[in-house]
Design a protein around this ligand. Structure first.
Ligand code: PGA
Length: 261
């Protein structure tokens, strides 16, 4: 991929490179700049009278959420924001390693989002399949996701959709392979705290979002990001499906961009 000046265009004041039809790639200098760019991008949606955001957990968006909290203190209003998180582990919502707890600690408790507008999968639901159908239905009832925030795993996973997940998958219970569990453990504490299964939105559900913003930082994600952007579109690298999305932006830092040809 040509990362030279002639490939760079302007997008909301950021330099970006168009990769294929629907994907824009923004290369930030470092994690701090990535977090600032991502928060500005999200803030433009948050300023709308009403917006439905799909949100992600993990180490990568922590800086973005921190910036959003700072912007809230400077007047950014979350009053019109509806959220759906991507996934939840088989844990009670107040468990220290749950996605719900993560979101509370990094964003929700610090801003004026309405509690009734926060949507989560219930990882402890007695009827997990029914719970997943309910979630899909709720997303539809709210009019669909306007902007979906995503991270990416070193194996190319998006949400808890690991390698081999069919592109037509919907929200469902999944067992978490050891490789994904050890990766998740980096942001959750110890591997023992990561359960063996959870609930996740599916790849087809993610692809229905009107717009997607994927964040990736660090050299260890470089190969997955390069394959997602330039490699074959294949369920073996779940994030490669994003090449088929009409409006998708990747913001990566320079260390993560080192994998491009
Ligand atoms: P990370 O996780 O941000 O903690 O690296 C990304 C992911 O697993 O989607």
């Amino acid at each position: 991929m040509d990362l030279g000046p002639s490939a760079i265009q302007k997008f909301w004041g950021f330099n970006f490179i168009r990769v294929g039809l629907g994907i824009r790639l923004v290369v930030a200098e470092d994690y701090e700049e990535l977090s600032r760019m991502a928060s500005q991008y999200l803030a433009d949606f948050i300023r709308r009278p009403r917006v439905v955001l799909g949100l992600a957990t993990g180490a990568t968006p922590i800086g973005t959420y921190r910036e959003l909290v700072r912007m809230y203190r400077e007047g950014l209003d979350f009053g019109g924001v509806v959220t759906f998180n991507l996934d939840e582990f088989a844990l009670p919502p107040d468990h220290p390693a749950s996605c719900r707890r993560f979101m509370e600690e990094h964003l929700f408790r610090w801003v004026n989002i309405k509690r009734e507008n926060i949507h989560f999968l219930d990882g402890m639901a007695e009827d997990p399949r029914g719970e997943c159908e309910r979630y899909e239905e709720e997303i539809r009832r709210e009019g669909g996701i306007d902007l979906q925030l995503l991270g990416i795993g070193r194996d190319g996973h998006i949400a808890l959709n690991g390698p081999g997940t069919p592109f037509d998958s919907r929200t469902r219970p999944v067992s978490l392979p050891d490789r994904m569990r050890s990766e998740l453990a980096r942001s959750l504490g110890s591997p023992d705290e990561v359960p063996h299964w959870g609930l996740t939105v599916g790849i087809a559900t993610i692809m229905e979002a009107k717009e997607i913003l994927l964040l990736a930082s660090g050299e260890e994600k470089a190969e997955a990001v390069a394959k997602a952007l330039e490699g074959p579109v294949t369920p073996e690298l779940p994030a490669s499906v994003l090449q088929l999305h009409p409006r998708c932006t990747f913001i990566v830092d320079r260390a993560c961009a080192s994998g491009f040809r």
